[in-house]
Structures are given as structure tokens and as C-alpha cells.
Write a protein that binds this ligand. Structure first.
Ligand code: ADP
Length: 626
């Protein structure tokens, strides 16, 4: 069987995604590889497919116990013999697994890095034929990365002890240039095929909303997406408790996760979420590492996180199955204040020098600023994210709230010149509040205290409201004409780029959401999800989807696995579209491989047949009628 045969038989897909094929071919040609691909891009297939074609065993080093369990469950369901060896097993279970492994029972074995140096494991490894060693979350090997794990260095010693060097493949979702070099160098990859795929997640819709009452927005959204799985990230434990209580009071099956809960409660709640007993999870950012749930349809941030890195990682937990999903951030200016407080009061490493602490604080402030710009920009949100991570987008994605909104454009160049003049006149000593107040000609006590009346700029924009001036200043900050100091005072400074405005070579344009357009886009973003399954399926199709989903839960319970491991949402939607009545037709559905068909295919066929009463033409017709 070739790689396509394996892909269809075990995973049920007919085509590889961009990049997967290149890495697979390289591995099969005996070459080391390094894949840097964002979450949800499909890294696992890159080593699982060749693992099944190579003669010998593939060892996968992974740092997270929950992830290993998930992957092995999914492989077993797909008909692949795989096992994991980590500290969640007892000594006798480990011995048994190694005995079976030595007898050639498993093609793929997941191992925690600590395990590599144990005598028992080494003895097994030195006798077995190890075709490939895969390092998952490979950035953990770099001391430059955020998640350095000393235990990852054991991998290198382990490889040296093997009689024959296996093919090495390493994968990670996040790697700066430095970390990338480190992975290749520390692991000793030989002429690796390196692949970096884009950070863009096309199936994710991005929006920043500023509702007057976040709670009302949230409750409405979750109600409108009943039955769907979602995560709501909150900044504090208290918020998590409140959000969860309110959702429950509305009859939503919600659960929660934060560091204030006991270990057992956290484990139970996480499991309830994964198994879809409670499809909605309210959590702090403590939740998510190692969560591989593929059918999360939305991630809502109740508060603005501290950095784009955090945001993209958390939001990226939506839509891992490639189905349309939404990432919505509920922003209020208060979020900035809270985050700044958290940064200032962050616990520091007691061994750090004052200078180091200062450096970290500046970096945190810088990240917070970039995050705040994301929340206030009127440009394409996806473009903003990609640029932040060093990539270029197309300028407009047509799949974020900002691209959907209609804006009015106003030329504010003249006002910008006055703003620059004011900041210069005050010798760059004030923040946005004093500057805007002064320009608007306000006379509150605080402004009097600063003696604002003595400046020529006082009241030079008095025809405008203070809020409008602030909006203009924010636009100028976003365009890099102005900057702020790196401390909590955020003093306004004029940057070199402003010269072009003063010389009349550059215009400054302010974009504002059209009043009536805002309403429609609000409805749009909270409505029951454009171009999602409800767009592909009408109510008749959705009815079938619900039936199939119920069947999936029933099977998941019988098999004691999470529902998405039986079939993904994407597979169920495709099943509703194709409404297969024969084995051949069922095998055309994306995600239905031979092994899954053998196990569950007939039950799903029966459900479709019952629903359509075998009269598919009629069902198709009903499905097309809106
Ligand atoms: P990653 O490890 O990169 O975060 P996964 O390996 O978990 O991503 O894959 C994400 C999802 O994409 C999974 O549901 C997987 O089955 C699906 N997937 C991977 N490759 C393909 C493919 N070639 N065609 C369709 N779906 C795929």
C-alpha cells in the first residue's frame, strides 16, 4: 500500500494538505525533517503515515500525558496498533507494554522523555528495530523557547546509545528563528528538510466586539450556539465562576477550570468537556495545554489577554477539525488597566537583577500594547495577526468582523498636524488623556494643575469632542506616527514617521464604523454562524446532523473515547451533505477510513437510511429548499 492508501484506509482522507506530502516523502526517502506548522495544521499525519510504511517501530517523544492518551486512542480507533509509555501507567503495565512492543505488536509508541533513560526502556530500544524517532513539541528542547524542558536533552543521549541511528523527525507549532536553529542543532538533524507553513488558520473567523454589557452578549451568543462546543476564557477565577454560574442558570451544560479548583475536580471537569457531557467550558488560561478536542466551535475571550502570543494560542483551540469556527474577543478599555496592574504586580524570579526585571516588564508592556492595538484597529484582523507573527497576509481576508464592517473614512491630516504640534510643544510630557483634554480646551482640575492654559495648543481642536481626539491619537499610534513610553504613564511621543505628515507628504485617514453597518455586523457575528454547517445544511440537514451526533455520543460512551475520536464534526457534516446509503458512498465521506467503516459504518448508514426513509432524492430536495 502507498501513502495515499494509508491515508484513506486509516484516516479516511483522500488528499494531503499542503506541506504534509513534502515531509512524508522526505521521511520515506530516509531524510530527517523539521516541520513548523501551526496548531490544527495536521502535524500528526506527517509522521503517522510514514510510520505505517517504514519497516520497524516509530517512537514519538511527547511531553504531555493527556496528548499521548488522546493520540493513541485516536490511532487505535482508526485500526493502528499504538501504545504509550509514561508515568500514568503502573510498573507492571509498562513491563507488559514493552513486552508486547518487543514482540512487534505496535507500529507507533508514544514515550515521555524521562522514560528514555530507564534501564528497561533502553534494553527494549537497543533490541528493537527503531525506524524513526519523532520529537513532538520540539521547541521544548531549546533553552531560548518559552517551554524549555531539560528532560528533552535526554533524547540526544538516547539516540547516541542506539546501534543504528533512526530517521529523526521534529515538529512544533511555535518556533522563532533562534529556536528553529536550536532544534536542528541540539537534536543533530542531518540535512533536514525544513518546512514552515503559514500561521493562517483559514477556517477561523475573528472578531473584536465592544458590547456595553459583556454578559448579555455572551449569554445570547451561547444560547444561539446551543449544542455546540466552546471555550470562554476569563482573566480571573472569579469571572470564571460567575460566567459558569450564569450559563448554568440559563440551562446551558457548562463546566469550569481554574487553578483554584482541586485536582480531582479539574480532571473531572476537563473530562466532561472533552466527552461533550458539558460542551461549554469557562476557564482561565490555565486550561488548554494538551487539549486536543477537535470540535471546539468557538473561543470567546471575556477579557483581553496579555499578549498576541497568548491570544492566538488560546483562540487557535477552535476549529482544529478544519470546520468553520469563531474567535471572538470582548474588549473594554478596563481590560487594559487590569492587565497593566497584573504586569506591574507580576511575581518575579527572586534571582533576577533589577535590570532583568525591568527588561521583562518592558517586554510585557510592549506585548500588551500590540494586543491593545489588535482590539482597536479597524484594519483586517487576520492581516494584523499574520503581520505580528512575521508573515504577510493579503490585506483583506473577508473573514473577520473588520472586513465585514462598512467604514466611513475621514481625512484627519489637519487635526493630526495639530496633535503633533501639541505633543512637541509640551515637550512630550503627557499621556493621551491630558493631551486630548488640552486640545479640546477642557478645564477640569487635573488639566489646570498641569497649567495647560499656558500652551498655544490649548483648545486648538476645540470644535471636536475629547473622545474624537482620542480616537485620532489612537489611529496615529497604530500607524506609527506616534509612540508611547514603555511605562505605566504611556507618555505620547512623536516618531520620525510624523515628518512626512508635517511636510504634507502623507495623509492620515480615520476609519469609523458606519452607525447602521455596526448593527448589521453585530447581528452577523452573533447570528447562528455564517458559512458554518447551518449554511451548508438547511434545517432538514441539521436535523440529520443532530441524529448522527446523538449516535456518535452513544458509540463514544460504549467505546469510552471522546466523541470527536469516533468521527469529527466535519465528517458528520459531509455525511449529511452526501447522505450515503451504501458502503461505497459512505467511503467517499471525508474522514471515513476502512477501519472506521468496519467498526461504525453500518450504524451510521442505518441512521441515514432511517432518516431519509431510503428516499434520498426527496431528502436532497428538502435539503436544498431554504
Ligand atoms: P496539529 O497536531 O498540527 O495541531 P492535528 O494533527 O491534530 O494537528 O490535525 C488537526 C486536524 O486535521 C485533525 O482532525 C486531523 O485529522 C485533520 N487532518 C490532518 N490532515 C488532514 C488531511 N490531509 N485531510 C483532512 N484532514 C486532515
Amino acid at each position: 500500500m502507498d501513502k495515499y492508501g494509508i491515508l484513506k484506509k486509516y484516516f479516511g482522507y483522500s488528499d494531503f494538505r499542503v506541506g504534509q506530502e513534502l515531509l512524508i516523502d522526505s521521511i520515506l526517502a530516509g531524510r530527517d525533517v523539521l516541520g513548523i506548522m501551526p496548531t490544527g495544521a495536521g502535524k500528526s499525519i506527517c509522521y503517522q503515515v510514514p510510520a505505517l510504511l517504514l519497516s520497524g517501530i516509530t517512537l514519538v517523544i511527547s511531553p504531555l500525558i493527556s496528548l499521548m492518551k488522546d493520540q493513541v486512542q485516536a490511532l487505535n480507533q482508526a485500526g493502528v496498533h499504538a501504545a504509550y509509555i509514561n508515568s500514568s501507567l503502573s510498573e507492571s503495565q509498562i513491563s507488559k507494554a514493552l513486552r508486547l512492543a518487543a514482540a512487534g505488536q505496535y507500529k507507533i509508541i508514544y514515550v515521555a522523555p524521562e522514560r528514555l533513560e530507564t534501564y528497561e526502556f533502553l534494553r527494549f530500544a537497543c533490541q528493537a528495530e527503531i525506524a524513526m524517532l519523532t520529537v513532538d513539541e520540539a521547541h521544548c528542547i531549546s533553552q531560548w523557547g518559552q517551554d524549555f524542558r531539560p528532560s528533552y536533552l535526554k533524547i540526544v543521549q538516547f539516540i547516541r546509545k542506539l546501534e543504528k541511528r533512526p530517521i529523526l523527525s521534529a515538529f512544533t507549532a511555535t518556533a522563532t528563528e533562534k529556536v528553529k536553529e536550536d532544534i536542528a542543532c541540539v537534536l543533530g538533524l542531518i540535512r533536514p528538510q525544513v518546512l514552515v507553513t503559514g500561521f493562517d488558520r483559514k477556517n477561523l473567523y475573528f472578531a473584536v466586539e465592544t458590547p456595553r454589557k459583556k454578559d448579555d452578549y455572551l449569554m445570547r451568543y451561547v444560547q444561539e450556539h446551543r449544542g455546540e462546543s466552546g471555550i470562554i476564557y476569563c482573566a480571573t477565577r472569579k469571572n470564571v465562576d460567575q460566567v459558569c454560574d450564569r450559563l448554568r442558570a440559563q440551562g446551558i451544560a457548562a463546566t469550569k477550570y481554574h487553578a483554584g479548583l482541586g485536582l480531582e475536580e479539574r480532571r473531572q471537569n476537563q473530562e466532561d468537556f472533552i466527552y461533550d457531557n458539558c460542551p461549554v467550558m469557562a476557564a482561565t488560561n490555565a486550561f488548554g495545554m494538551g487539549i486536543d478536542k477537535s470540535n471546539v466551535r468557538y473561543v470567546i475571550h471575556y477579557n483581553m489577554p496579555q499578549s498576541m502570543e497568548n491570544y492566538y494560542q488560546e483562540a487557535g483551540r477552535a476549529g482544529r477539525d478544519g470546520e468553520r469556527s469563531e474567535c471572538i474577543l470582548l474588549y473594554s478599555a478596563q481590560d487594559v488597566v487590569v492587565n497593566r496592574f497584573l504586569i506591574e504586580n507580576k511575581e518575579q524570579n527572586p534571582e533576577s537583577t533589577w535590570e532583568e526585571i525591568e527588561q521583562i516588564r518592558e517586554r510585557d508592556e510592549e506585548r500588551l500594547r500590540a494586543m491593545t492595538y489588535y482590539c482597536t484597529t479597524t484594519d483586517c484582523l487576520r492581516e494584523y495577526i499574520l503581520r505580528y507573527f512575521g508573515e504577510m497576509g493579503s490585506g483583506r481576508c473577508e473573514n473577520c468582523l473588520n472586513c465585514a464592517r462598512e467604514y466611513e473614512e475621514t481625512d484627519i491630516t489637519q487635526a493630526a498636524v495639530k496633535i503633533i504640534a501639541c505633543i512637541r510643544e509640551c515637550r512630550q510630557r503627557y499621556g493621551i488623556n491630558v493631551t486630548a483634554g488640552m486640545l479640546a480646551g477642557e478645564s477640569r482640575a487635573k488639566l489646570r494643575e498641569y497649567g495647560v492654559f499656558n500652551y498655544a495648543s490649548y483648545g486648538s481642536l476645540k470644535e471636536l469632542r475629547e473622545n474624537e481626539i482620542k480616537m485620532m491619537i489612537r489611529q496615529m499610534l497604530a500607524e506609527g506616527l506616534l509612540a508611547t513610553s514603555n511605562d505605566k504613564y504611556a507618555i505620547l511621543k512623536v516618531s520620525g514617521d510624523a515628518d512626512a505628515v508635517l511636510k504634507g507628504e502623507r495623509q492620515v485617514i480615520l476609519k469609523r464604523v458606519k452607525a447602521d453597518a455596526k448593527k448589521t455586523s453585530d447581528v452577523r457575528s452573533s447570528g447562528s454562524g455564517k458559512m458554518r454547517k447551518s449554511d451548508i445544511l438547511n434545517s432538514r440537514g441539521l436535523e440529520l446532523f443532530e441524529r448522527l451526533r446523538a449516535l456518535r455520543i452513544e458509540i463514544a460512551r460504549e467505546e469510552s473515547v471522546p466523541p470527536y475520536i469516533v468521527f469529527s464534526d466535519k465528517t458528520l457534516v459531509d455525511m449529511c451533505v452526501k447522505a450515503p446509503l451504501t458502503k461505497q458512498e459512505m467511503m467517499q465521506v471525508t474522514g471515513v477510513g476502512e477501519n472506521k467503516y468496519e467498526r461504525f459504518g453500518e450504524r451510521f448508514l442505518a441512521a441515514v437510511a432511517e432518516f431519509t426513509a431510503g428516499r434520498r432524492e426527496k431528502y436532497y430536495l428538502e435539503r436544498r429548499m431554504k
